[in-house]
Write a protein that binds this ligand. Structure first.
Ligand code: NAD
Ligand code: DAU
Length: 356
């Protein structure tokens, strides 16, 4: 079986669903259920014999040691993290606590257990660390995409915490020989993403008739990858990646934030026109920029493409239409995650766009 951390979040839940749909191998999901973790994301597999859930913290070493001894996973797929850049700016300590110390504690416990394994089992074991392209910093317009050799230049507390975790993961391979793999992925989109992130936030606000808060000039560039393509890439890395190696994963879909917001508005205009028939794009409101806002990310995916034969399959234009449709078709999910603490965050983060 494989142990997943953070499987109730956006990408972790997509990974569990894809894994169980495509393989008979059981998964154990360890998740603390922070504001970003929703057991409902995995309602479709709840109660299935191949799906097991433990409510707990990656930093709880006794709990993790017990899970490893009991379940003897052949791999750990480590998603659990604080993942939102704006929250890291408002409160960096949680990011150091979970992303750095939590990962370090997970590595320590994993190593101690891994050392007890018979040689064949130890050799086959993998620790897959899910990282981000943000550790590489920001690119100028026209500069080549990040390769795996690009220097780490993290600019936000979030990316600094992920970079620190990545360094520990690397050291656990170099120093102790733990068979680790690290991936650096670009911006994901798709179903079940918490509406603090750009795409679901815009859909949510548009449907509520609220302003669509675009930071600064909106010409920052992100590379968008459908979450199911990301999960397929992770399965390829887990199956065939070389221990100690890192793999960059991207969508070959660079878009400015404004272009993304316009694409969302156009999708909504087509399937859920406003009652006054005005275009949703009229709701776009430029607001104060994010401090230290990275201007552009782009990925050179030639390593994963040539070594593992992976490439993205979902065209952004199709993926965004399907994603908008998912949020329209799942108002109960949206209602269940946008409860009290969500409203507090929105009031703190977007005071200037609050509707009267
Ligand atoms: P998310 O915020 O949606 O989910 C995080 C999950 O981790 C939640 O279920 C939460 O309850 C859980 N968690 C948090 N702290 C925990 C702890 N101490 N112990 C156990 N569980 C804990 O995040 P996401 O967007 O799904 O991202 C998953 C991973 O992928 C993160 O490591 C993130 O850095 C990375 N990543 C995300 C993106 C993206 O676009 N979202 C892109 C590249 C990499
Ligand atoms: O690049 C991978 C990273 O992508 C992941 O590691 C992070 O976990 C994930 O959150 C994401 O980080 P970003 O900061 O790029 O994502 P976010 O959705 O917060 O913002 C996307 C872009 O949209 C960014 O340039 C900021 C801008 N933005 C965001 C919000 C929430 C706005 O203009 N307005 C907003 O309200």
């Amino acid at each position: 079986m494989v142990l997943i951390t953070g499987g109730c979040g956006f990408i972790g839940s997509a990974f569990v669903l894809q894994w169980l749909a495509q393989s008979g191998e059981p998964v154990l999901n360890l998740d603390l259920l922070t504001y970003a973790g929703h057991p409902g994301n995995l309602a479709a597999v709840q109660g299935r014999p191949g799906y097991h859930f433990t409510h707990g913290d990656i930093g709880d070493s006794a709990l993790v040691a017990d899970l490893l001894r009991t379940h003897q996973p052949r791999a750990i797929v480590h998603f659990a993290a604080e993942s939102h850049v704006d929250r890291s700016i408002a409160g960096p300590m949680a990011f150091a606590h979970t992303n750095v110390l939590g990962t370090l504690k997970l590595l320590e416990v994993t190593l101690a257990w891994w050392r007890t394994l018979p040689p064949e089992q130890a050799q086959a074991f993998r620790f897959l660390n899910i990282s981000t392209d943000e550790v590489f910093g920001s690119l100028e317009a026209g500069a080549a995409g990040f390769t795996e050799r690009h220097p780490f230049e993290p600019n936000s507390p979030y990316s600094a915490s992920k970079a620190a975790a990545d360094h520990f993961v690397r050291a656990w391979h170099h120093t102790y020989g733990l068979p680790v793999l690290t991936t650096h992925c670009s911006n994901n989109y798709g179903p079940r993403q918490f509406p603090e992130k750009l795409i679901p936030l815009m859909v949510h606000n548009a449907l509520a008739g609220k302003p669509l808060p675009v930071y600064g000039d909106g010409l920052q560039v992100r590379d968008w990858l459908h979450v199911d393509d990301h999960c397929a890439a992770l399965r390829a890395v887990l199956a065939q990646g070389r221990p100690g190696q890192t793999y960059n994963i991207g969508g070959r879909s660079e878009r400015t934030n404004l272009a993304v917001v316009h694409a969302i508005c156009a999708s909504l205009d087509a399937v859920r026109p406003r009652s006054d028939a005005k275009p949703y794009a009229e709701l776009i409101a430029h607001v104060t920029d994010r401090p230290g806002h990275d201007r552009r990310y782009a990925i050179d995916d030639s390593r994963i493409a040539s070594e593992l034969g992976w490439q993205p399959t979902v065209r952004f234009e199709d993926g965004i239409r399907r994603t908008v449709a998912w949020y329209l078709d799942n108002p109960d999910w949206v209602a269940s995650v946008t409860s009290g603490s969500y409203r507090q965050w929105v009031e703190q983060q977007y005071p200037s766009t609050a509707t009267p």
